[in-house]
Design a protein around this ligand. Structure first.
Ligand code: C5P
Length: 395
């Protein structure tokens, strides 16, 4: 998917440099032409031979001893993308300040190609205001930052600062180069349970955690799509997704309907309330006012509305969380709401659906085909859903 793309892979001197080797291998496997550049510090952590053996060209390290008289500009000018894995605090500071002290910093200043930096360092360094200010400066200039993760660090410490997983880094490359299988497509995903106000402090809610919707948004972004995530929950935003925060079914409807006009794929993973109080009390209902009589009215069925107005080529995916007659109920919704695909899950089964990190689903398509995915993490379920959407688009 990265065929013919020329990527300068900068490696700086952090312990995570060894993971740059894996990133390099994956990029080459995906068809990229990888030009490795190491800083002097990086050579303390990995050998040139290792990276040279896996990359498309031998490692370059110096401004002065290359065959080309001007490697400091040539590398940056000819790159489709410059990627730095890992980026140390020093590299971030030099790049933010425009300092060109070695081949990598020269390359960064001499390129007009997109740049991705993947910081990795100890938590104290990562959280230092100077480092955060440099990251903010770079981001404001359009540099893509693949944020470090939390986890085990060198020396046994645990905290934020661990290099993002190699597969996340390669996904970011594909996304920035618009090279994933969903490149150029707009995917709209809804996530979480809606909250319908009873009074100023109380709501009617449901048990949806939003995790499945977020996993679908993350997977769609990783496949290169432009992703709009309409959500009622506040989970870490998947890289590459644009979040639209909403609370009620009415707000979700407004956001989704606006986005639907340009959507190629819509996945309604949200648990939308079916009923809401006719009117929310202005203040807080008091116990001494007696037991309130809450009158409910149906909410608009967002998905059914989308089904009625579906554009040719648009793929519409719904969810059916059921506790009985799973397949019959899901099939009825598929037809009634004019969907291309419905993801049915039996939320009464252990480890399935609401709040869990795992799910087990049956995928029912409008053409009558059925595929069952046994218990798996929600990202794997997201992959199966998007693979099926791919099939639907191809038929
Ligand atoms: O009919 P039911 O609520 O079980 O259908 C579930 C599917 O419909 C989910 O994809 C959910 O996001 C969507 N839905 C909706 N608007 C509603 C209720 C459900 O879009 N008011």
């Amino acid at each position: 998917m990265l065929a013919g793309k020329r990527i300068v892979l900068g490696v700086t001197g952090g312990i995570a440099a060894y993971k740059a080797v894996e990133v390099c291998r994956r990029l080459v496997d995906a068809g990229a032409h990888v030009v490795p550049v190491m800083t002097a510090g990086a050579e303390h952590f990995i050998g040139r031979t290792t990276l040279s053996a896996l990359a498309s060209e031998p490692v370059q390290t110096s401004l002065w001893d290359e065959a080309s008289p001007i490697p400091h500009t040539r590398l940056g000018q000819s790159a489709d993308l410059v990627l730095v894995v890992p980026a140390t605090a020093r590299l971030l500071a030099a790049y933010a300040a425009g300092l060109s002290t070695d081949l990598l910093t020269n390359t960064l200043l001499a390129t007009r190609a997109p740049v991705i930096v993947c910081p990795a360092m100890h938590t104290e360094m990562w959280e230092h205001p100077a480092v955060q200010a440099n990251v903010a400066t770079l981001r404001a200039r359009g540099v893509h930052i693949v944020e470090p993760e939390s986890g085990r660090l060198a020396g046994g410490d645990v905290g934020a600062g661990r290099l993002a997983a190699p597969e996340r880094i390669v996904e970011a490359v594909a996304r920035v180069l618009d090279a994933g299988p969903l490149a150029g497509l707009h995917v709209v995903v809804s996530a979480g349970g809606t909250r319908e106000p009873i009074d100023a402090v109380r709501v009617i809610a449901n048990r949806s955690s939003g995790k499945q919707g977020y996993a679908i948004a993350a997977e769609a972004a990783a496949r290169g799509a432009r992703v709009s995530l309409v959500t009622t929950v506040d989970l870490p935003v998947p890289a590459g997704a644009q979040v639209h925060a909403v609370e009620t079914a009415a707000q979700m409807q407004e956001a989704i309907e606006q986005l639907a006009a340009s959507a190629d794929i819509i996945v309604m993973a949200a648990a939308v309330a079916d009923f809401r109080p006719v009117a929310a009390a202005a203040g807080k209902l008091k116990k001494d006012q007696g037991t309130p009589q809450i009158v409910l009215e149906p909410t608009p069925d967002i998905l059914a509305g989308l089904g009625e107005r579906k554009r040719p080529g648009q793929v519409l995916v719904g969810f059916a969380a059921e506790t009985s007659d799973l397949l019959a109920n899901a099939a009825a919704k598929l037809t009634r709401k004019h969907l291309d695909l419905i993801v049915a899950n039996d939320v009464s089964a252990p480890g399935v659906g609401f709040q869990h990190d795992t799910n087990a689903v049956t995928l029912l398509r409008a053409d009558g085909s059925v595929r069952t995915i046994p218990l798996a993490d929600k990202r794997s379920i997201a992959q199966a859903v998007l693979d099926t959407v791919d099939d639907i688009r191809g038929t």
